[in-house]
Design a protein around this ligand. Structure first.
Ligand code: PEP
Ligand code: MN
Length: 346
């Protein structure tokens, strides 16, 4: 249920509404819209509460919300959420490109990649340290050493950095080294992990689960917001279908669906969605055309020798080409590409 206040309603009127909600044992969530203040009611609502809220001064209307996700919904929070990371804004007018290797293999590999992707226009550096691998015999990342390399290269190249956190007990460790914590597709419904990243203040990138519906994905985000962390970025990374030609099927339509259903920023990962390097650019361009706020792209100095996800990694030339094409699509959507100089990190 949401309470829409009349335009220009007083602080006193807003307080009376929140008090009435809290007195009923429920939680009130205030969101300032452009014209209206909207107060979301969290918890099990009952019809009498609706009637009594409707009578309070300053209340324009009380609308029931039938969807199970609340804090992530547009109804609760009409204005776009803009997640700020070290001077880079995700979810505003600028398109933010995050790029780097699937897995951090060495300082040389990461530094060379960081310099190349930054020169081409990427604003955030990605690199996996704790890698979820389908087979236990595959390279599972450098772990804590990888985090150290990532933080050092981020500092040297003045790029904010993102990496995946796989376990609840690693959240504090990972948060010490990186600017954005990634929850991978396989962990989208690891509710203990979602609670843990909800307790910190750093931005969280939440990938869509391998076989998750959009509603399940938004409910996973709801776990993080419900713990108090509103800095959540959603990431479409393809879903499993009957198709085997591609690694997953990129659900481009989820981008405008999310834009309508939620205030959270949404970016796309065409690397994991397709599994094939030559499909990465077409899907990246399509995602931006569909309204995505950014991209997460795997780039490697020499994809043939990559320890993880080489077949879907762009080389430096491929990434540069993509960035030049991206400019035109961004313009068509009346958006700009975020510039690396926008960062404030020393
Ligand atoms: C990744 O980005 O490194 C990754 C493992 O992606 P996903 O969780 O989408 O498979
Ligand atoms: Mn990967």
């Amino acid at each position: 249920m949401i309470v829409v206040m009349k335009p220009g309603s007083s602080q006193d009127a807003i307080s009376r509404v929140t008090k009435r909600i809290e007195d009923a044992g429920l939680k009130a969530h205030i969101s300032e819209g452009i014209e209206h203040t909207v107060i979301g009611v969290l918890g099990k609502v009952f019809p009498e509460l609706r009637d009594s809220l409707e009578l309070l001064p300053g209340v324009e209307q009380v609308i029931p919300v039938s969807k199970p996700y609340k804090l992530t919904s547009r109804e609760f929070h009409p204005k776009d959420t803009i997640v700020k990371v070290d001077g880079v804004a995700i979810g505003g007018n600028e398109i933010v490109v995050m790029a780097g290797p699937c897995a951090i293999e060495s300082e040389e590999q990461l530094l060379a990649t960081a310099q190349a992707v930054k020169a081409a226009g990427a604003t955030v550096l990605r690199g996996g340290a704790f890698k979820p691998r389908t087979s236990p015999y595959d390279f599972r990342g450098l772990g804590a050493t990888g985090l150290e390399i990532l933080a050092a290269v981020g500092k040297e190249t003045k790029m904010p950095v993102i990496t995946e956190v796989m376990a609840p007990h690693d959240v504090d460790l990972v948060a010490r080294y990186v600017d954005i914590l990634q929850i991978g597709a396989r962990n989208m419904q690891n509710f203990i992990l979602l609670d843990e990243v909800g307790k910190i203040k750093k931005p969280v990138l939440l990938k869509r689960g391998l076989s998750s519906t959009i509603q399940e994905w938004l409910l996973a985000a709801e776990y993080i917001l419900n713990q108090g962390n509103e800095n959540v970025i959603l990431c479409e990374r393809g879903i499993r279908t009957f198709e085997t030609f591609t690694r997953n099927t990129m659900d481009i339509s989820s981008i405008p669906v999310i834009e309508k259903a939620s205030h959270l920023p949404i970016i796309a990962d065409p690397s994991h969605a397709t599994g094939k390097w030559y499909l990465v650019s077409p899907m990246a361009l399509a995602a931006i055309a569909a309204g995505a706020d950014g991209l997460l792209i795997e780039v490697h100095p020499n994809p043939d020798s990559a320890l993880a996800d080489g077949p879907q990694s762009l080389n430096f030339d491929g990434f540069r080409l993509l960035m030049s094409q991206l400019l035109l699509i961004a313009q068509a959507r009346n958006r700009k590409l975020a510039t690396p100089s926008a960062k404030t990190k020393p």
